[in-house]
Design a protein around this ligand. Structure first.
Ligand code: GTP
Ligand code: MG
Length: 241
């Protein structure tokens, strides 16, 4: 019997992304997956995320990774013939399998491509950094109240619709200053390629050479500040050339 042409039914395989693009992954169901981890933040989990970022950056020559909570954004270019389905599925599975091995439970990530021009990257990251800050306030307020009230639903109901100033007040009145928590919890972590200079002695002569290395910044600048924009511009320009 003659088969239908199934290859032609792979309708989405020809969707293409631009040469340079952002990819964002988000952990599926991580409120459950991370139940046994330290709350609201577990530095061991954050470290595992950062280690996976490093491996993905090396594997696919991504420019940087920005991560907080269970999400991560990479800046990438020219992989898999720019095919959207390939990019989304492979980056998600490579990241998920690596994190599963590191934290010892099976995890999955969704994955999406975001179109952004190079001069818009700092604005995109500032948007994600705002989200990191909102998450941070919510998480601290939630777990602080949970210790008092003991019932997750009641706490959720109490916090519903509360704006930043109210969350600040809840924390301050309990002796927690949300501006003094570790920076990575408020601003996220940036992983990027950096050119480092080395010196070595060869036959009595000091020889200087440069090498690209992946470094981690657990204390990144605010991406909508002048300092943050300049910092990102340098990283991106080095990667492009
Ligand atoms: N214990 C613990 N939980 C964390 C940590 N970082 C992130 N999480 C959890 O991960 C969740 C991430 O938020 P979401 O992505 O909105 O929630 P989700 O459960 O993953 O839901 P979906 O993404 O919609 O599947 C947070 O609500 C926290 O519960 C951490 O360091 N420690
Ligand atoms: Mg999630």
């Amino acid at each position: 019997m003659k088969r239908r042409n199934w290859k032609s039914r792979e309708l989405y395989s020809r969707l293409l992304v631009p040469d340079i693009f952002l990819v964002r992954l988000d952990g599926r169901n991580f409120s459950r997956v991370l139940e046994g981890f330290e709350k609201p933040y577990d530095s061991k989990f954050a470290k595992a995320m950062v280690d996976c970022c490093r491996e993905i950056m090396r594997e696919f020559n991504a420019c940087f990774a920005f991560t907080f909570s269970d999400e991560v954004t990479f800046l990438m270019r020219g992989i898999f013939g720019n095919r959207l389905e390939k990019i989304d599925s492979i980056i998600a599975s490579e990241f998920s399998s690596r994190l599963s091995l590191r934290i010892g439970v099976p995890v999955g990530f969704d994955c999406r491509v975001i179109f952004a021009r190079l001069d818009e990257i700092s604005d995109y990251l500032a948007w994600r950094q705002d989200e990191a800050w909102r998450n941070h306030l919510n998480s601290y307020a939630f777990y602080t109240l949970l210790k008092e009230i003991g019932d997750r639903r009641k706490v959720q109901k109490f916090l519903e619709g509360k704006k930043s100033p109210e969350l600040h007040e809840i924390l301050h009145s309990r002796g927690i200053n949300p501006a003094k928590t570790p920076t990575w919890q408020r601003r996220g972590i940036l992983v990027y390629w950096k050119e480092l200079e080395f010196e070595k002695e060869f036959g009595g002569k000091i020889v200087r050479f440069k090498r690209r290395k992946i470094v981690e910044d657990w204390n990144p600048p605010l991406f909508d500040s002048e300092e943050g924009k300049k910092f990102l511009k340098e990283i991106i320009e080095k990667w492009i050339t």
